[in-house]
Design a protein around this ligand. Structure first.
Ligand SMILES: [Zn+2]
Length: 135
């Protein structure tokens, strides 16, 4: 019986696109909305959830494989960009612990100075103006 169902599903999926990373992400979004919907009552959330689910099923069962593949590539591209953004801001946060950024009073140029050196004289690399700051 189970094997028959499995066979039927396999047959149904022939020539169809199936799951990819983008669909997985959509599934995750649906799940998140479902959880949010348990705490926040609102028709909007349910509507978005329904639309997302519809789109997810549409993608998985789609026969236009080339188009779905292109969508997934685009999703992967955006995903890697977001990841890069996060790692950059993480670097910034780490950097803030050891360095301080001052603005030159003369020209507004940003100057990066190590922290914890007491009062230091900073020379602006752009306009050569000297100013004293506590680091
Ligand atoms: Zn300057």
């Amino acid at each position: 019986m189970l094997q028959k169902i499995r066979y039927k599903i396999a047959q149904f999926m022939v020539g169809r696109y199936g799951m990819d990373q983008f669909s997985q992400f959509l599934g995750f979004l649906c799940f998140a909305l479902l959880v949010i919907g348990m705490f926040v009552r609102g028709a909007v959330i349910n509507l978005i959830l329904l639309l997302l689910l519809g789109y997810l099923y549409f993608r998985v069962f789609s026969k236009n494989i080339a188009k779905r593949y292109a969508e997934n590539q685009k999703y992967l591209e955006i995903q890697s960009r977001v990841k890069q953004l996060f790692s950059k801001s993480k670097y910034r946060l780490e950097d803030m612990k050891t360095h301080h950024i001052y603005r030159c009073p003369g020209c507004g140029q940003k100057v990066r100075v190590p922290r914890g050196k007491g009062k230091i004289e900073i020379t602006c690399p752009k306009c050569r103006e000297k100013f004293i700051r506590k680091s």
